[in-house]
Design a binder for this molecule. Structure first.
Ligand SMILES: *Cc1c(COP(=O)(O)O)cnc(C)c1O
Length: 352
């Protein structure tokens, strides 16, 4: 606490990102990064951009990138908003769209950045409990609210809500914005972007950090009705006119132009996820059905905390949350086949 802080700063409980350890030769399965590298076309596009032009500010509107994204998803480019990682996009959404007279609703077990933005921007919130099987029940969101936000698939559970159920939440809330955070949708889910022309209250966010393997480039996006996008632009242009640098704009655009690499790598991740799930189930784990690039699991007899500590001794880092309802669970990112083999070997020894 410093006397120089504004009163708000003393009250904040900031988000704690998963550790980025300095040690080498770790099997790092704690922050849902993609185990495969980005498309070579992305690297080439960034290399091409490395010249004297860096002395100039980037395009504040990221027009070319927004064009590429709009063509990719079949929407108009004024329905596309881009930001410095989807975390920044989400921040603008909380401040510009979800701060209303009534509380915003989100699941009790979900992405832990949501409550952080609520306290930063003074947004009132109400937690909606997931079912006993950690599922979202759409009926729970059909009550008066100032907005709704949930990841689909949800994090850290990995559980997916079918598009028809997402639509029920959107259709049942015509007077508030429903945000579907699709950070993990490309690992087997179906995007709600197909519904944005039908529902002016629907906003879908995505990131290039997971399925497109560009967590280090920091690019996220939102797609919805142009009025929602215009609202976000008003916030963005009151905060930072140049959220995406020159390298990020060209690199992100190139990522959408290499469908083959995108498809190949996400399919490998999905196949490995199913293999790891089956092997761990055989070791006495309950593994929630996942549509993401991670699994959420607990062991019949060993605690999550103990398992995480013992894996760490063997150089394998996974994520454990000391939170109600899920403090016995581990969230484990799906790695390369080799990394997953190491994980399974270690778990076999620890649980055998
Ligand atoms: C990873 C993640 C994000 C943030 O992605 P960035 O684009 O890297 O900021 C947003 N939402 C959820 C649910 C995530 O897991």
């Amino acid at each position: 606490m410093s006397k120089f802080w504004s009163p708000l700063v003393g009250e904040l409980k900031p988000y704690v990102p998963g550790e980025q350890p300095k040690m080498r030769r770790l099997v790092k399965l704690n922050t849902n990064e993609n185990p495969y590298g980005p498309s070579l076309r992305v690297l080439e596009a960034i290399r091409q951009q490395l010249d004297d032009g860096l002395r100039l500010y980037p395009d504040p509107e990221s027009e070319q990138l927004r064009e590429v994204v709009s063509r990719y998803y079949g929407v108009a480019s004024d329905q596309v908003f881009v930001g410095n990682g989807s975390d920044e996009v989400l921040a603008h959404i909380f401040q510009g769209l979800l701060k209303q007279d009534k509380p915003v609703l989100f699941p009790d077990i979900t992405y832990s950045f949501y409550p952080v933005y609520c306290s930063l921007y003074g947004v009132e919130s109400r937690l909606v409990a997931l079912t006993d099987t950690f599922e979202i029940n759409p009926d729970d969101y059909l009550v008066p609210n100032g907005g709704v936000i949930f990841p689909n698939p949800n994090a850290p559970t990995g559980r997916y809500l079918p598009l028809s159920e997402v639509e029920r939440i959107v259709a049942g809330n015509p007077d508030s914005v429903v945000v579907v955070d699709e950070a993990y949708v490309d690992f087997g889910g179906e995007t709600a972007i197909s519904l944005v022309d039908q529902y002016p209250n629907l906003l879908v966010t995505q990131t290039l950090s997971k399925a497109r393997s560009l967590a280090g480039l920091r690019v996220g996006l939102a797609i919805g009705h142009r009025d929602l996008v215009e609202g976000l632009n008003r916030v963005k242009n009151s905060f930072n006119s140049y959220p995406l640098d020159r390298l990020a704009q060209v690199g992100a655009a190139a990522a959408f132009e290499d469908e083959a690499w995108f498809d190949q790598t996400r399919k490998r991740v999905m196949a490995e996820r199913d293999r790891v799930t089956e092997a761990m189930t055989g070791m006495g784990f309950e593994v929630l059905p996942s549509t993401a690039n991670f699994i959420f699991c607990q062991h019949r007899t060993m605690t999550g905390e103990d398992l995480a500590a013992r894996l760490r001794e063997r150089g394998i880092i996974v994520r454990h949350f000391s939170k109600p309802r899920i403090d016995n669970f581990l969230r484990i990112t799906i790695g390369t086949a080799g990394q997953n083999d190491e994980l399974l070997r270690a778990l076999g020894e620890l649980t055998g």
